[in-house]
Design a binder for this molecule. Structure first.
Ligand code: SF4
Length: 475
């Protein structure tokens, strides 16, 4: 659960302000931070209770923990207290969807999904590790596919460290930690794919540690041009389908699969529309909002998500914000492990309009609708081969990935690229070498940043992005 924080600063003189503060401490981390600030005495604070006080403090007391205070304004946020970059008043208008769904996507206990399972007795849930899962196969079997995208920065790694080597990406460890601490108890199965060695190893570790869970592993083809590739991938999908039929206790007919493809086509089309709006009018739709609206789709039944995104698009189309003086950027490299939301917000606040990104790439994998005519499994396989996005974990020698990145820059009219790669993510690091060569050849400025999903402190990233933006704006 996230804490609620309300602060009304009423007076200010020489950086000393008087504040009316109302705090509900719902997690231990937050409670500790509040205690460190010294607003309340330790004995006064209780988890789950609401506390209110009027007090005066020095601004720096708050800033050392990243709180953003503006005198004379009420500040209400539901995120953790690290706010990496100051937000302008205009940016507050785009907080609607972020604030509305932040708790859902940052909840390490998956309470919404647990609730769904309690209300759908007998229903099964399958966890989908990044990057891409043919969710239609799960949906058509009457089960709920749920994105298992690591533990974010709200999970302390206490057990998983001993199961993996040190130099490994955070998402692998945090996903295991979720399992070892019982937070994935609602899963009946989980599916991994051949994206990299750590993901492959994680599948085996899950198999050994959670025998009650059906652990599947999809071997995606490495050769996209062989005449046997479609046949191979179709066979792989049939194997998965048959496993899920056994788990769900029902056969998946072609008609049911077509129906699932149709629904996910609709969801992906709506997400493409969000991306189109953000690319054309980034002043009307922030990347943080676009991300949150996309990410909740990994946690909700697809039908529910479609309704939310339709409503969101209608609301966004009513907006008419003023464009700001910012650089226009393509962001690449976060296709698997996801950066903290605070970092995404920070990139924008530092002066970037992000016109495109590869966040949650697997959930919007296809560039166009999957056909409904013909054999649905083959259609799914063909779409993977011929109509899916380029990615660090899809090896397609027909077209270099760097060409796609350069095309994106040209098509969107971006001025620069930020490579935002997860620490220790080998596929992203290998790609960076290719991207860098191509970007330098084309004379496109770029910035390389590393992140970890568990990061809290954003000072270094902030400085790097601000310097990069300034070097372009004032060049
Ligand atoms: S972040 Fe990179 S290395 Fe880690 S599991 Fe994902 S693709 Fe593999």
């Amino acid at each position: 659960m996230t804490p609620l924080r309300k602060i009304l600063c009423t007076e200010s003189s020489n950086k000393q302000v008087v504040c009316h503060t109302r705090i509900v401490c719902k997690d231990v981390y937050y409670l500790n931070k509040i205690q460190e600030l010294g607003i309340f005495t330790n004995s006064f604070l209780n988890l789950g209770k609401t506390h209110a006080t009027t007090h005066s403090f020095h601004l720096n007391q708050y800033r050392q923990f990243g709180w953003h205070i503006t005198c004379g304004k009420t500040i209400q946020r539901t995120d953790r207290n690290e706010q990496p970059f100051e937000r302008s008043r205009d940016e507050m208008t785009s907080e609607n969807f972020v604030d509305r769904y932040r708790e859902l996507i940052e909840d390490p206990t998956f309470s919404r999904i647990v609730e769904w399972k309690a209300n759908h007795s007998g229903s099964k849930i399958i966890g989908c590790y990044p990057v891409y899962t043919p969710v239609e196969l799960i949906h058509a079997a009457g089960m709920l596919p749920v994105g298992i995208l690591g533990g974010g920065n709200r999970l302390e790694i206490a057990h998983a460290d001993s199961r993996f080597q040190s130099f490994i990406c955070s998402i692998v460890k945090s996903t295991l930690e979720l399992g070892l601490t019982g937070k994935l108890h609602f899963l009946d199965g989980i599916v991994f794919h051949s994206i990299c060695d750590p993901a492959r190893n994680l599948a085996s570790v899950f198999q050994r540690n959670f025998p009650q869970m059906m652990v599947e592993f999809i071997h995606f083809p490495q050769n996209m041009v062989s005449p046997h590739t479609v046949k191979y991938l179709s066979a792989e999908y049939r194997r998965i389908k048959s496993a899920y039929e056994g788990l769900a206790g029902k056969a998946v007919t072609d008609e049911a699969l077509r129906q699932s493809i149709r629904i996910y086509n609709e969801q992906r089309k709506l997400i493409r529309e969000l991306y189109r709006i953000r690319s054309e009018k980034p002043h009307n739709l922030s990347t943080a909002e676009c991300y949150v609206l996309n990410r909740i789709g990994t946690l909700l039944p697809v039908e529910e998500h479609i309704a939310i995104v339709k409503e969101a698009i209608a609301a966004i189309n009513q907006r008419d914000e003023k464009p700001k003086d910012r650089i226009r950027v393509i962001l690449e490299g976060s296709f698997c492990e996801q950066p903290p939301l605070e970092l995404i917000e920070g990139l924008e606040a530092a002066g970037c309009y992000l016109l495109d990104d590869d966040f949650l790439q697997g959930w919007r994998w296809f560039l166009k609708d999957i056909p409904l005519d013909g054999e649905p499994i083959q259609n799914l396989a063909r779409a993977y081969l011929d109509h899916s996005v380029f990615s660090g974990v899809k090896h397609d020698l027909r077209e270099p990935k760097s060409k796609h990145l350069i095309d994106k820059v040209r098509e969107t009219g971006a001025n620069a690229v930020i490579i935002l790669a997860a620490k220790f993510c080998e596929p992203a690091l290998f790609d960076y070498a290719l991207y860098r060569q191509a970007l330098e050849r084309e004379g496109i400025p770029h910035l390389y940043l590393e992140f970890e999903e568990k990061m809290w402190i954003f000072d270094k990233s902030r400085t790097e992005v601000e310097t990069f933006v300034e070097s372009m704006l004032f060049d």
